[in-house]
Design a protein around this ligand. Structure first.
Ligand SMILES: *Cc1c(COP(=O)(O)O)cnc(C)c1O
Length: 366
């Protein structure tokens, strides 16, 4: 299939950056592709397919209900719309009507992040009015509570490495504030991988981007309590129609989640084993020092952290840019480049590609 790259004059890409949307997030397994193929080549009563795959996954994980949507972004917008409308068909057809006055969505300020698009845009897309709680560097339960008014419809919590972690209230604290005030807590867990934790805590709506932790197709799994999921499903007759998910991806994500529940992700130990020879090779290159480090958010993910020393003729940023120029373009994690550090995430990188990376870096550093 390399002719696709040739036909459209595209660069091949080695993705050592992690689950990045700008590179296409992840690669699906043959098992997932098979399910997508079946979906693509058959017909279904679509509302039944949506209902039954959602219920199946909810049961598998122990949630009351679930639904597959095209993206976590759509899930944020549709959750907010669903809660504002509370099942009203008038609202589905007139989602921005003045008749619905309770539109405020409270979010900790440090969680109004831009993950590729701002959380705020998705809130507004769902007809919500964003109310930030706390400050850029802190948000306590008290901060969250004081922003609640009679017009508050929900609280949105973003569990993500993009968000401020320092002095941030916990999910449990946000949940307590929400439930003490008879409000649902919406949890954006787009890049999280624990399918059980938040549902078991009693979070009302949780969303997982399908292509991130679960290496599914472009999609999103939303789990939660029954009325909320029903209200979200209703959106397919309104704003949700602009965010439609295909039968191929519904079946692909369903299989990806089933496989994930059965086999789990690659373990941290396996990553460490695969990284060891890579780090050893990097350490042989002048001006570079590599070590294996754990994910900063504490997930069971290990990466190679490569420091470019002060005497190097090119700095980390230049090295990062040079790796992307030719085909295959090598993408790394760049978050700490200003400190001279380049990180390599190998979850989607196989052995051959690791060799290519070493060769490329050796060539650039010469
Ligand atoms: C990736 C991400 C999203 C968006 O997910 P999509 O499925 O691409 O829409 C939302 N929130 C957070 C925190 C993310 O990391």
């Amino acid at each position: 299939m390399n002719d696709i790259y040739e036909k459209y004059d595209l660069k091949q890409v080695i993705n050592a950056s992690g689950k990045m949307t700008i590179l296409g997030v992840s690669k699906v397994s043959d098992s997932v592709l098979e399910a997508q193929k079946f979906g693509g080549q058959h017909f279904f009563e679509m509302s039944d397919l949506v209902l039954k795959t959602g219920q199946h996954l909810a049961k598998l994980i122990g949630a009351e209900d679930g639904v597959i949507l095209p993206s976590a972004s759509a899930a944020i917008a549709e959750s907010i719309a669903g809660i504002i409308g509370k099942g009203s068909m008038y609202h589905v057809y007139h989602p921005f009507s003045d008749k619905f006055t309770d539109r405020e969505v409270v979010i900790p300020k440090g969680q109004n992040v831009d993950y590729g698009a701002p959380e705020e845009v998705m809130i507004e897309l769902g007809g919500g009015k964003m109310i930030e709680a706390g400050y850029a560097n802190m948000c306590s339960a008290e901060h969250l509570k004081m922003m609640i008014t009679p017009q508050t419809s929900s609280i949105l919590y973003v569990k993500s490495h993009h968000a401020v972690q320092k002095s941030m209230l916990t999910i449990q604290e946000a949940l307590d504030v929400a439930h003490d005030n008879n409000l649902p807590l919406i949890l954006d867990a787009a890049a999280e991988e624990d399918l059980y934790k938040y549902i078991n805590m009693g979070v009302d709506i949780v969303m997982y981007s399908g292509a991130k932790a679960f290496s599914g197709p472009s999609s999103c799994l939303v789990l939660g309590k029954k009325p909320y999921i029903e209200w979200i499903r209703l959106q397919s007759k309104g704003i949700g129609r602009a965010m439609k998910v295909g039968k191929d991806n519904i079946l692909g994500l369903t299989r990806a989640i089933e496989d994930y529940v059965e086999f789990g992700p690659e373990s941290g130990d396996s990553m460490k084993t695969r990284l060891a020879p890579f780090v050893e090779q990097i350490n042989k290159i002048n001006h570079l020092e590599a070590k294996i480090t754990q994910d900063s958010a504490g997930r069971d993910i290990y990466r190679a952290s490569v420091t470019v020393d002060k005497n190097s003729p090119i700095d980390a940023k230049e090295l990062i840019e040079k790796m992307k120029v030719d085909s295959p373009a090598i993408y790394t994690r760049e978050y700490r480049a200003n400190m001279g550090i380049i990180e390599f995430d190998v979850r989607a990188v196989h052995e051959e590609e690791m060799k290519t990376i070493i060769e490329k870096i050796t060539e650039i550093m010469r």
